[in-house]
Design a protein around this ligand. Structure first.
Ligand code: C2E
Ligand code: MG
Ligand code: MG
Ligand code: MG
Length: 286
């Protein structure tokens, strides 16, 4: 790429070196080395974001979101290191740690709350995700129906047979399965038919977009309607304002997850969050 650019940018043949690209690759290489040690050094933590049922105005569970506390760089976003972990094959181990930790944490919550765990398509390869799920549930003493796996739409593009078989075996245990970021991939209706999803998570770009764009409002309405007719729950992601909350409610979404109802929090703060939620709810009912 550097060579190609140098030849074509007209600034001379000697510019074989793209400093921006070089810096990017160096950061990547450094991150890769650190990432390989991060599990052993216990640098990962999970934070939890509440999911709220719009009908009963109740917290139904939390999504586990990974954070990497890098000793020098501070908190590194999963948007940066998850793709890298997938590429170098580390996601299998990291994903297993996430599953086990999330199940253990959730086992200490009130038993009407579930935990949602993001699963990378790479974790479906090799075919032992089912065993890891069984072991994580057993090790934590968490009933299967309190665990939910989130799979992004793009994960379904490849490995289709393997993904389908694993999803079915996991569902047979009683684990819930949801399609994450719906609308950002091919949004193929055949996926919804072929795969046994319990929930559709509508990508946050549509929720934000619906503030001003009719197309986004139309997508929101169509997906909520689709969920209703297929008997699937629909969660609106990234709800940040009361206006958005009322819009997704009016369109028929069954739940919300977003900064408006709660940002991701540390495990230790969950009890306090739930108490304050219930206090406010009681105050609202009076
Ligand atoms: P996701 O699964 O779609 O998770 C939702 C993301 O949206 C989270 O970003 C969350 O913090 C953010 N979010 C929630 N509500 C709002 C809101 O109201 N406004 C805005 N602007 N953002 C909101 P986060 O934690 O940075 O995670 C990004 C992505 O990284 C996740 O998207 C997921 O795909 C991936 N990820 C996170 N944890 C894991 C993990 O343990 N394993 C795997 N494989 N992927 C993970
Ligand atoms: Mg997710
Ligand atoms: Mg999402
Ligand atoms: Mg996402």
């Amino acid at each position: 790429l550097a060579l190609y650019r140098a030849k074509n940018d007209g600034r001379g043949r000697y510019a074989l070196f793209d400093p921006e690209l070089h810096e990017k690759m160096q950061r990547r290489r450094a991150l890769e080395i650190d990432l390989r040690r991060a599990l052993a050094f216990r640098q990962f933590v999970l934070v939890y974001q509440p999911q709220v049922d719009l009908v009963r105005n109740r917290v139904t569970g939390f999504e586990a979101l990974i954070r990497w506390h890098h000793p020098e760089r501070g908190v590194v976003s999963p948007l940066e290191f998850i793709p890298l972990a997938e590429e170098i094959g580390l996601i299998t181990q990291i994903g297993e740690w996430v599953l086990r930790t999330a199940c253990k944490d959730a086992a200490g919550w009130p038993d009407d709350l579930s935990v949602s765990v993001n699963v990378s398509p790479v974790q479906f390869r090799g075919g032992n995700l089912g065993d890891i799920v069984v072991s994580a549930l057993g090790g934590a003493g968490l009933p299967a129906h309190r665990l939910e796996l989130e799979i992004t739409e793009s994960a379904l593009l490849n490995y289709t047979d393997e993904v389908l078989a694993t999803l079915k075996s996991v569902k047979a245990l009683g684990v819930q399965v949801s399609m994450d970021d719906f609308g950002t991939g091919y949004s193929s209706l055949s996926y919804l038919q072929k795969f046994p999803f319990d929930k559709i998570k509508i990508d946050q770009s549509f929720i934000r977009g619906a503030d001003s764009r009719l197309e986004c409002q139309a997508v929101l309405r169509a997906v909520a309607g689709l969920g209703m007719s297929l008997g699937m729950k629909t969660i609106a992601e990234g709800v940040e304002t009361e206006e958005q909350l009322e819009r997704v409610r009016a369109e028929g979404c069954t739940s919300v997850q977003g900064y408006f109802t709660g940002r991701p929090i540390a495990e230790i703060d969950i009890d306090a969050f739930l108490s304050s939620w219930n206090r406010q709810k009681e105050a609202g009912n009076e």
